[in-house]
Design a protein around this ligand. Structure first.
Ligand SMILES: [Fe+2]
Length: 186
C-alpha cells in the first residue's frame, strides 16, 4: 500500500469513530497538505502522510502519556514508515515547547525536528485549520487555542513560549506558497 493511503486509513481507523471532531480537523489539514503536495515534489507524499497522521496520538488506545505528538510518534515508530514521518509527527506545531511544560521533553528528545520546508508546511496546515476543520488565519487559530484552553493551561503557556518558532514556520511556509502561485488558493 502507498504511504499516503496507509496514513489515511490508519488515521480513519483510529480517529473517525472515537474522536469525530478531531477527525474533521485532520481531514481538513490533510486536504490542505494534499493541495501543497504536487508543487513540493519528492517530499509531497511525506507531507500529505504526515498531515493524515499528525494527531493520531489522540486515539484513546494510543494515548499512553497524554501528550499526543509523543504518543503518535511512539506508535508510528513501531510501524514500517519512514523515520522522517515519525519525526514530523513528534515535533509538529511547536510540540517541543509544549513538551517542556508537560514534563516529557526527555522522551520527545528521542525524535528529530528536521526544520525543513516540509516541516514548516505541516505546521502551517495544522495552524490554519480550526478544531472543526474550518479554515482560519494563523492569528485566529492562536486566539482560538487561547480561548479554548484558558490562560493558565500549559497549552496556552506553551503557545507563547513557542510563538517565535511558530511565526517563523508560518512566514516561511506562506512565502513558499506564494512562490509557487498558490497564495489564497489553499
Ligand atoms: Fe492538528
Amino acid at each position: 500500500m502507498q504511504l499516503v493511503e496507509w496514513a489515511e486509513e490508519t488515521a480513519r481507523d483510529r480517529l473517525a469513530e472515537a474522536l469525530p471532531r478531531r477527525w474533521s480537523h485532520v481531514q481538513a489539514v490533510a486536504r490542505r497538505a494534499g493541495q501543497l503536495s504536487p508543487p513540493l515534489g519528492e517530499d509531497g507524499e511525506l507531507l500529505h502522510a504526515a498531515a493524515w497522521l499528525h494527531d493520531v496520538g489522540y486515539a484513546p488506545e494510543l494515548a499512553t502519556t497524554g501528550f499526543h505528538p509523543l504518543d503518535g510518534a511512539r506508535y508510528l515508530r513501531t510501524e514500517d514508515v519512514p523515520s522522517r514521518l515519525v519525526g514530523l509527527v513528534a515535533m509538529h506545531s511547536s510540540a517541543a515547547a509544549e513538551a517542556e511544560l508537560f514534563g516529557v521533553a526527555d522522551q520527545l528528545g528521542e525524535f528529530t525536528d528536521e526544520r525543513t520546508l516540509t516541516r514548516d508546511l505541516l505546521w502551517w496546515c495544522d495552524m490554519t485549520i480550526g478544531p472543526d476543520g474550518q479554515c482560519m488565519t494563523f492569528e485566529e487559530r492562536m486566539d482560538d487555542v487561547r480561548a479554548r484552553y484558558g490562560p493558565d493551561h500549559y497549552v496556552t503557556q506553551a503557545l507563547d513560549r513557542g510563538m517565535a518558532e511558530r511565526v517563523g514556520a508560518v512566514e516561511r511556509a506562506e512565502a513558499w506558497i506564494a512562490s509557487v502561485g498558490l497564495a489564497g488558493q489553499v
